[in-house]
Design a protein around this ligand. Structure first.
Ligand code: ADP
Ligand code: MG
Length: 683
């Protein structure tokens, strides 16, 4: 408690608080409260105001109120189970204090006859008389009772009184932090310090006051500390000097001209951004973000060609073998004939694998496609110049950085994701990377028609499907997501499979979470080769795989899914040039909110816009992409309501980067918000 200038005090164990015993400590631990900082971050949710003392005649039954009374008579019945009773009054009326399970001696001590005592508790009414049962706030010294007590959630088993005592002790002993922000930033929050802000937020009068300078300052600090960690990773990676690639525009255009479509403006723009990075002596660490079907693959493959033409090797990693294989096949089709292209499968024979490894080591392979198996220890590249990672949303900051390190100094990194998310979240999750965005979709795309349908009308859907199959088309059938249980999820998919099989004999296949990986690949391949017409599945069908022949997706119990997720599922069709449809099925008539959601989906096919709307409707915590990122939720900041703070933090980070300011002063800040765990070796 002496260490008043250091944040270490706040990281110390709960035993450093006076009056906290083992029991309280263990109760708090159960709620994941391990140090003083954890307590400090639990802001009060509401409060009980005991400060106002009333007369008996003005008491309100059912409410927590404070009254000053004089005990007149004890009534301690000898019959078990009957409570002890102290009859009290003031000049306006009578009230009883009732005690279950309390000793007479104790009662006599706290309620001595003839003395003025202040009591606070919930007012009851029994046999025409007011009463207070087992009052906890009771004293001759009225100032000890007439207080406002904050209510904190997560304090089960710990009394309000003790918790308030703990928190007050911590607040009284807050270290004196030196201001870490620039004058300009602090002035935006009326110069209020971090210390004062947190103190203020623990006061009952500021509960829920999200617009206050205190709240805003603390929310800003939270966003800023997250961005700062990202920025440090960026800087570290950028500092690495690499051998630059030579972009041969002539060779590049030979490929582009061979394509049977022309690139969209956004594809050209993002390719140029990537080329600039490849051609620079700073290591590239870039994210290519674009909706499903926006054409990211071709952009990345052209970047690969430029890299190979500069004498480097390229590795392309996809989440599944099928997707890796699709990329591989595309490369074989469009790459110059003199390129050595290879594919490594989990199932490749030992001999073949060994051969591939040898070739990679001797620079006999220019580009290799595969799953994360590409990054096993034993795989050594002679001269790796670029790694392309497709659809790895689950890659957290740490994994990304490790990957970048593993590639070696000359290795540029390009990540691709088809999960459009709101900008505030992009800054949060991918702030360590440079970002290229493809918004515009290829022009030949026909919009996917989106319908909603009651489950009772399933016959209509079957009729529709029958017609589509007759035209040679294929159908995805997504079974409802049952959040409570994976088992039920699985069971419902199996049931639907049996049902559809009866309607469409020999035309239906099934995929669910329990299907093993080889079996899954087989099923997907069969579907891809049009051996089955309907693929029934839970939500596990991956993004990215091109099923040009599938043009209908049926999604059951659609209101269980978020908008972004529905949009992503819908994106699995509509890649070819056929008319395609998405049928959203519902168990019962739609609520107004559900109607609103469906309207958004029907009105637009812009994943970025949909994700913004989704976030407004459901909050940011559930947004696809954020959920998968593994980033901890914010304690205070809110990507919807604090948009301005996110922008301000970004601007300030860029300023600090530009002037190469020393960031040592921010160390306490990063500790206070526990952001350092995002990456270990930052400060
Ligand atoms: P995603 O961004 O989801 O990875 P893909 O790269 O798989 O999208 O592209 C989806 C489909 O669109 C592919 O069949 C691809 O050949 C095609 N495509 C890509 N760019 C264009 C374009 N500019 N014009 C027309 N079709 C394109
Ligand atoms: Mg893709």
């Amino acid at each position: 408690m002496n260490n008043k200038t250091n944040y270490q005090y706040l990281l110390s164990d709960l035993s450093s608080i006076k009056g906290v015993g083992e029991k309280t400590k263990n109760l708090l631990k159960k709620k994941n409260i391990n140090n003083l900082l954890d307590i400090l971050w639990k802001l009060p949710k509401s409060y009980t105001d005991r400060s106002l003392s009333l007369k008996v005649k003005d008491l309100k039954i059912g409410e927590i109120q404070t009254v000053t009374i004089v005990p007149q008579k004890y009534n301690f019945p000898r019959v078990r189970k009957l409570p002890n009773r102290v009859m009290c009054n003031d000049e306006t009326g009578e009230i009883d204090c009732i005690f279950f399970n309390s000793y007479e001696g104790y009662i006599k001590k706290i309620l001595p006859l003839g003395k003025e005592i202040t009591v606070s508790g919930k007012i009851g009414y029994f046999r025409n008389k007011y009463q207070i049962t087992n009052p906890k706030y009771i004293s001759e010294d009225s100032s000890l009772v007439k207080q406002v007590h904050n209510k904190y959630s997560l304090t089960e088993g710990i009394s309000e009184k003790i918790y308030n005592k703990i928190i007050n002790q911590i607040i009284d002993n807050l270290p004196d932090f030196k201001e870490w922000h620039s004058k300009n930033i602090v002035s935006k929050f009326k110069n209020i310090s971090w210390n004062n802000s947190i103190k203020e937020l623990h006061k009952h009068e500021n509960i829920g006051n999200y617009k206050s300078n205190f709240y805003q300052r603390l929310a800003f600090d939270e966003i800023f500390s997250t961005f700062l960690v990202n920025s440090e990773i960026r800087k570290k990676i950028k500092k690495i000097k690499k051998k630059n690639k030579i972009i041969n525009k002539y060779e590049q255009n030979l490929i582009i001209n061979k394509l049977d479509f022309s690139l969209t403006r956004d594809q050209i723009k993002t390719l140029e951004e990537i080329n600039k990075d490849l051609g620079s002596t700073n290591k590239m660490f870039r994210l290519l973000q674009g909706d499903v079907g926006s054409g990211k693959t071709i952009v990345s493959l052209i970047a690969a060609i430029n890299t190979i033409n500069s004498g480097f090797q390229v590795a392309v990693m996809a989440p599944t073998e099928i997707l890796a294989k699709q990329h591989f096949n595309l490369a074989k089709k469009i790459f110059p004939k003199n390129f050595n292209i290879d594919f490594i499968s989990r199932k490749s024979e030992y001999k073949l694998k060994k051969e591939i490894l040898k070739k990679l080591e001797n620079n006999k392979i220019d580009i290799i496609f595969g799953t994360h198996a590409i990054f096993q220890k034993k795989i050594i590249f002679k001269n790796l110049g670029l790694v392309i990672i497709d659809e790895q949303h689950k890659f957290g900051v740490n994994q990304r950085k490790r990957l970048s390190d593993k590639g070696g100094i000359n290795c540029d990194v390009l990540l691709m994701t088809a999960t459009p998310i709101p900008r505030t979240l992009t800054m949060t999750i991918y702030g360590d990377m440079d970002i290229s965005i493809i918004r515009e979709k290829p022009k030949n795309r026909k919009p996917i028609k989106t319908y909603s349908k009651l489950e009772a009308k399933i016959e209509d859907v079957l009729k529709f499907i029958k017609k589509e199959i007759k035209f040679g088309n294929q159908i995805f059938w997504v079974c409802p997501l049952i959040e409570e249980s994976k088992k039920l999820d699985h069971a419902s998919a199996v049931k639907k499979f049996e049902y559809l099989k009866r309607k469409f004999p020999n035309q239906v296949c099934l995929l669910h979470g329990k299907t093993d990986i080889d079996e899954k690949n087989k099923i997907l391949n069969n579907f891809l080769e049009n051996k089955f017409k309907i693929l029934v599945s839970t939500t596990i069908i991956e993004v990215g795989i091109d099923f040009p022949n599938a043009n209908v997706i049926v999604i059951e119990n659609a209101n269980k899914f978020g908008l972004s997720q529905l949009h992503q599922l819908r994106g699995r069709v509509g890649r070819g040039n056929k008319d395609s449809s998405c049928i959203l099925m519902f168990k019962s008539n739609l609520s107004d909110n559900a109607k609103k959601r469906i309207k958004i989906l029907k009105d637009t096919n812009d994943g970025f816009l949909i994700s913004e709307e989704d976030m407004k409707l459901r909050g940011y915590g559930d947004i696809l992409g954020f959920k998968q990122s593994g980033i901890k939720n914010f304690k205070l900041a809110d990507p919807i309501h604090n948009n301005d703070l996110f922008l301000l933090a970004e601007k300030e980070i860029r300023r600090i980067e530009k002037y190469n300011e020393d960031i040592g002063k921010f160390k306490p800040l990063i500790k206070l918000y526990d952001r350092a765990d995002v990456i270990n070796d930052i400060v």
